[in-house]
Design a protein around this ligand. Structure first.
Ligand SMILES: [Zn+2]
Length: 94
């Protein structure tokens, strides 16, 4: 079962993970087909749309953005810590 929850931005006054009326990004985590789904952003701020999306994932049995097993493309995309981004910037020579 997949669970959606809201991660509030620092500028947001709300703290409830189920608060529906602010514009902070909604994340998902849980299990699907006995596979653990790690926390990731849905790129949605609308609670109803987020629910719709995970319901669809549950119905089809997989999540849309999941990359194939041998593809590392998305492996660093989600919840990349700030320090990792900075390291990448400084490593690129800019
Ligand atoms: Zn919020």
């Amino acid at each position: 079962m997949l669970t959606i929850y809201r991660r509030h931005l620092q500028s947001c006054q709300q703290t409830s993970v189920t608060y529906r009326r602010c514009k902070c990004p909604i994340h998902v985590r849980g299990t699907l087909n006995r596979q653990k789904i790690r926390r990731q952003s849905l790129d949605l701020i609308n609670w109803e749309k987020a629910q719709e999306k995970v319901r669809q994932w549950e119905a089809q049995g997989y999540i849309d953005r999941e990359s194939p097993p041998n593809s590392p493309i998305n492996s660093v995309k989600f919840d990349e810590p700030e320090y990792a981004k900075e390291q990448r910037w400084s490593a690129s020579g800019n």
